[in-house]
Design a protein around this ligand. Structure first.
Ligand code: SF4
Length: 345
């Protein structure tokens, strides 16, 4: 079937109303950039899921970074978007203006030179991310150990996706009829990682590329596969069936599965990774991130992340909250649903 026929089918679809979730923040961006919702029948709703690592990190993690940045001889090292995410009281950028020691980097490996240049300061990397990012931290740990650098630590909030999708699928009040599986994550996990979920919930999962035509083909497949427990890989150029063994070996060397706290979903067993006991000297106090303190009482990030609300349903969207003045994590990150709905509205 060519793309014109797919668009015709999707725009004229008149069957049961379907709610299809894209889990990956980069898919959210591509869907909005390509105007895909405008090509679909009103009976096919695309909802955005918990695929933005910054967005799912709880406010208590930001608070901990803020506190650490104010400690003597301690420096927080992080990417730019994390600096702007509101914690329960303030964002790292506010603490920085009050004397907090915060450095923004473009690559985690920049922390090596920072640490070598000031051996009296402990440099703490704000290590958030999904399956795609954790192997990079493992390579960084290899380098830190081989170069015998003793003043680098990590505050980790590393997450793995299947258990979080399991929680979403089990919520009867938030019925989801199929998933565009997280694209980048699937490169590491392999498409088969979603088979147990497809079977457990009798749902289709489609692994998709990021181009507009690829996403339309994936949505078409999800509509056609309704009622089937199936994982279909339409992104074979990058995603295999099985887990990436090299990445797994790297991650297994330093990290062990753990519960993780997700904004909007709470603590989920086996949905995170923490440093193994033998590497705990690199941990800056990552355990026991529990309560999700609301950064802003009016912010609906918790509902947006789980697909229970569209960003358009948030009363602050585009009124008080915009990328210049974000009220929640979902408006900060380039992978956040609110950010992408805002810039492509
Ligand atoms: Fe939060 Fe702003 Fe999104 Fe509303 S629009 S949910 S306030 S980030």
């Amino acid at each position: 079937m060519d793309i014109k026929e797919i668009v015709k089918f999707l725009s004229e679809y008149d069957g049961r109303e379907l709610r299809l979730m894209e889990v990956c923040g980069t898919h959210t961006a591509a869907i909005r950039e390509n105007g895909i919702p405008s090509l679909l029948s009103h009976k096919i709703k695309l909802i955005s899921g918990p695929g933005c690592p910054v967005c799912v990190t709880p406010a208590s993690y930001i608070d901990r970074l803020c506190d650490l940045s104010l400690q003597d001889k301690t420096c927080i090292v992080t990417f730019g978007d994390m600096i702007r995410v509101p914690g329960s009281k303030e964002a790292l950028q506010n603490v920085k203006s009050k004397g907090g020691n915060v450095k923004m980097v473009y690559s985690p490996f920049e922390i090596i030179d920072l640490a070598k240049g000031d051996r009296d300061t402990i440099f703490i990397f704000a290590a958030v991310g999904f399956e795609t990012t954790t192997p990079i931290y493992a390579v960084l740990l290899d380098k830190i150990i081989s170069e015998n650098i003793e003043n680098i630590k990590f505050l980790t909030a590393l997450k793995t996706m299947p258990a979080a999708i399991d929680v979403l699928c089990s919520d009867a009040d938030n019925k989801i009829d199929g998933f565009i599986a997280p694209g980048h994550v699937s490169v590491i996990t392999g498409a088969d990682a979603f088979k147990p979920l497809a079977e457990k919930y009798s749902l289709p999962f489609v692994v998709s590329g990021f181009k507009g035509e690829e996403l339309l083909a994936s949505i078409y497949a999800l509509v056609k596969l309704q009622g089937q427990s199936k994982v279909l890989n339409l992104y074979k150029s990058a995603v295999g069936d099985r887990e990436n063994e090299k990445a797994k070996a790297l991650v297994d060397k330093y990290f062990t599965p753990s519960a993780a706290y997700w904004r909007g979903m709470g603590s989920i067993e086996n949905s995170g990774l923490e440093l193994k006991e033998e590497y705990s000297r690199f941990d800056a106090g990552s355990k026991n991130l529990t309560e999700d303190l609301p950064a802003n009482k009016g912010c609906s990030c918790a509902e947006v992340i789980t697909g229970r609300k569209s960003p358009f349903d948030c009363p602050l969207f585009a009124k008080v909250c915009n990328p210049e003045n974000p009220q929640g994590a979902c408006m900060v990150s380039g992978e956040g649903a609110c950010f992408n709905y805002f810039i492509n509205r």
